[in-house]
Design a protein. Sequence first.
Length: 180
Amino acid sequence: MQDLLALRETFSENGILMSFNGPFTHSIIEEIGNAVKRYLEGEQLDRGAITDVFAVYIEQTQNVRNYLARRKLEGPGRNSAIVVIGSADGSYVVSSGNEILKEDVPSLVERLDAINRQDRDGLKKMYKEQLRRERDPEASGAGVGLIDIARRARGRLEYSFRELDGRHDFFSLIVTVAGG
């Protein structure tokens, strides 16, 4: 990494405010989250917009951390992930990416598509129904993270998968949040 100026220019051209690539520990998630919150407060954004960007960031990074911890992917870089926060056209874009097992792709696509089919009222109903469901003892939460992200998003959750090898894909989730 010799040309940091070129990297900084690329970030600036693309409205990237913050990017982290590496293992997501609880303390890293917390420190970056606090820095993002302070930055947004300095931009004098509406309190609701700050809360939404921060909440989406926290949900995405915790989802990644919990998945990687639960699935214990083996190999170099398998337990690393990336998160990027940028701004575009008066909105904020929170993106995350991590390796996943191919066997987990169909259920994730099904869940994301079900969420994307809902309007605001449908998301609210889905959220409440999920909270009432019996929890899997192995689960790290109530299963409402993606629904909560969608409730805060401006538009649908964008996602993609890119094949890495016969067992793994790279999952990207892109969420646009109103800038306030």
